[in-house]
Design a protein around this ligand. Structure first.
Ligand code: DX5
Ligand code: ZN
Length: 226
């Protein structure tokens, strides 16, 4: 992965057909997705359950580009090697998931992956300040993690702008996760984000058989973001 701040759209497979993940990944990539965002939930850190490293390993051959794994689990550390072995390019852990986030980020890099740090809406960017040398991506949650299709939280716009200033020239991606649509995408792009995760706004109205809709949805977000 080479670093750049160009706009990247990362469909979240949380809104895909769970019985057809491989085909869904191939379909959204063929329709212009830059990264594939994979939401792992444990029913403990967040009030929902999805899947684990075995599903990620099964998905890997169906993803040509970046597999972006968002861990909404606690604890994180016992599972890092399994997600790395499953082929994750980026592993993102929540700062709220445990007391030793620096150790977690180090372990992710030691496993050969890019290290991402996710912040819940109530967490300030001071949580990032002393971790700038240890992160490759900061994920700002613009909904409370756990479910797709929630409403975008506007207070996060100023947070992203402040984070962008804090990051400066460092090669750190700013990813936005939750409630991204053609209406909210430009707000976040202007504030300094380069990766926009979108679940419902990409998958709505389409299917593997009717994947052109995914392409239209991705282009609408990209065009609006500018
Ligand atoms: C929420 C997940 C998101 C979610 C986004 O906990 O981390 O990735 O799927 O879904 P939308 O785009 O529908 O808000
Ligand atoms: Zn996510």
């Amino acid at each position: 992965m080479t670093f750049d701040r160009s706009l990247k759209i990362a469909p979240s497979i949380l809104s895909a057909d769970f019985a057809a993940f491989g085909a869904e990944c191939r379909a959204v990539e063929a329709q212009g997705a830059d990264w594939i965002h994979v939401d792992v939930m444990d029913g403990h850190f967040v009030p929902n359950l999805t899947f684990g490293p075995q599903t990620c390993a099964a998905l890997r051959p169906h993803i040509k580009g970046v597999m972006d794994v968002h861990l909404m689990i606690a604890p994180v550390d016992p599972y890092i090697d399994a997600f790395a072995a499953a082929g994750a390019d980026i592993i993102t852990a929540h700062v709220e998931a445990g007391p030793h986030i620096h150790r977690t980020l180090q372990a992710i890099r030691a496993a050969g992956c890019k290290a991402g740090l996710a912040l819940n809406p109530g967490t300030g960017i001071d949580a990032v300040e002393y971790l700038l040398d240890s992160v490759d991506l900061v994920c700002v949650m613009t909904v409370n993690p756990g479910f797709g299709g929630q409403k975008f939280i506007h207070s996060q716009i100023d947070k992203v702008a402040a984070l962008r200033r804090m990051i400066g020239d460092r090669p750190i991606h700013i990813e936005i996760d939750g409630g991204i649509t053609p209406e909210t995408a430009p707000l976040m792009r202007r504030a300094g984000a380069d990766v926009l995760v979108a679940g419902s706004a990409v998958f709505k109205g389409g299917s593997v058989e009717n994947a052109g809709v995914y392409g239209n949805n991705i282009r609408a977000i990209r065009a609006a973001a500018g």
